[in-house]
Design a protein around this ligand. Structure first.
Ligand SMILES: [Zn+2]
Length: 462
């Protein structure tokens, strides 16, 4: 396939920024970092020379599609990744077996039956139980919060509860998806609908996990688009009774075999010290899992491919892990932490990319003040990439267990959250939305950070 050049104007601007950074501004970074500047420049040049990384992401998402835990798509994508890593010349490539939960969606329908019929844009929540065959029908009780449901708990019995909680940010709003079924079941509801956790998009529903509680009935749970949630809420506020018919076929099928894919560049002096990085290869079963998290897999993988290509073998081992089952169980993360428990303290640093690459992208970092200062020096090498400033706080569901066990500093690469969460867990999560330049930039930034941390004489302080 033809590879596309990055427009020369972008490179000119980049070169200018680099030149400025190398002269007057260099004193803001400590001198130690200058030893890494040449290699960093080579990595950035190699990463941004073409659209190789975007093409790899397109190949992954076109060929294997979405990759839910337990699906054939994921199994095939795992085999492809391991095979392709061999072609890249990476070392110690292996698939490490993980048993993962298997859930299938089946057909899904929801509509307002009175007043006038209106088909709702829905997606069942991952892990949801089915409705009775043929579906169920009930009047909707609209609430905005868990608190409001508690105040109107007696009205919820025998109804479908709709949580119409507007999206603020993911961390704050996601509890309405995970906790909706428990709260509604406790109040005696038949089923629960949740306004999709994301900014209002193009009437897109967003799936994601729902959590049940063992001592409460498991009720069917689905997300509806923000537009449809608002429509029901407006009618209800006008005093209209809204009846909804809901039919879901979600089914849990026990555990299936899956794997984390692991590859390394073995450290030349301290191979026992590990710098781990990666993304998750599984995705929800809608869209193509491009931003979540095919792109995270590709940009972290690129760090190793580029080092190999340029003949860079750092002092410490760089280990890539493409985790399985992040979306509905994090069993891949748990299996990794268990398998490597005895070497957890040798994990010097952990980086995860699972928030897309949309501009403006940046790093988030969690670690001690002295580590943070060194990260500031390291990221000064990224001036040509024009990233937003590194923020405090960065980890990931897949790296957190091993990093906690090893007390390792952690970092996340993250794209603009508004663009990311507009397509997150939707049928619209495809490669079209991601610009090749953004993928190359993420790969370049991660490659430089990982290279320096794997190469510097002393390990990054805890
Ligand atoms: Zn993800």
């Amino acid at each position: 396939m033809e590879t596309k050049r990055i427009p020369p104007i972008a490179l000119c601007a980049a070169a200018l920024v680099a030149a400025l950074a190398a002269t007057g501004d260099a004193q803001s970074a400590s001198g130690w970092i200058n030893a890494y500047r040449d290699t960093a420049t080579r990595l950035i040049k190699a990463a941004t020379a073409d659209d190789f990384a975007w093409q790899r992401l397109a190949e992954l998402t076109d060929t294997y599609g979405n990759r839910l835990s337990g699906s054939d798509n994921l199994t095939r994508a795992i085999a492809w990744a391991a095979e392709t890593m061999k072609k890249d010349g990476l070392e110690n490539i292996r698939t490490e077996k993980v048993m993962v939960p298997k859930w299938t969606r089946g057909r899904e329908v929801a509509e307002i039956v009175d007043p006038p019929r209106h088909t709702l844009s829905i997606l069942g929540l991952g892990g949801s139980v089915a409705t009775p065959p043929g579906g169920l029908e009930a009047e909707v009780l609209v609430v905005e919060s868990f608190n409001e449901l508690r105040m109107h708990a007696t009205d919820a019995r025998g109804r479908i509860v709709l949580f119409n909680q507007a999206f603020t940010n993911y961390a704050d709003t996601v509890s309405y998806r995970t906790g909706s079924a428990r709260a509604a079941a406790q109040a005696g509801a038949l089923a629960v609908l949740v306004r999709s956790v994301g900014p209002v998009g193009l009437r897109t529903p967003h799936t994601g996990s729902v959590q049940y509680q063992s001592d409460l009935p498991q009720i069917p749970a689905a997300a509806i688009s923000g537009e449809d949630a608002n429509r029901i809420a407006r009618m209800s506020a006008r005093g209209r009774k809204v009846r909804v018919h809901l039919a879901l076929e979600g089914r849990s099928e026990g555990d299936a075999e899956s794997a984390n894919v692991v590859a390394e560049i073995r450290g030349r002096e301290r191979p026992e010290e590990i710098v781990v990085l990666g993304g998750h290869l599984d995705s929800w079963d809608v869209g193509a899992g491009a931003s979540d998290d095919g792109v995270g897999c590709v940009i972290t993988w690129e760090a190793l491919r580029l080092m190999k290509k340029l003949g860079i073998q750092p002092r410490r081992t760089v280990r890539l892990v493409l985790w399985t089952n992040e979306e509905n169980g994090t069993r891949g993360a748990a299996a990794y932490a268990e398998r490597y428990a005895s070497t957890a303290m040798n994990h010097v640093f952990a980086l995860e990319a699972d928030s897309g690459v949309f501009e403006p992208a940046r790093f988030g970092f969690s670690g001690s003040l002295s580590a943070r200062n060194m990260i500031r020096d390291i990221t000064s090498l990224l001036a040509p990439l024009n990233l937003a400033e590194t923020i405090s706080g960065g980890g990931g569901a897949d790296i957190d267990p091993i990093a906690q066990a090893g007390r390792s500093p952690t970092m996340a690469y993250m794209g603009d959250p508004t663009r990311y969460f507009t397509i997150h867990h939707t049928p619209a999560d495809t490669v079209e939305r991601i610009a090749p330049e953004e993928v190359s930039k993420g790969a370049a930034a991660i490659a430089v950070v990982i290279y320096v941390i794997a190469e510097m004489p002393d390990r990054l302080p805890r």
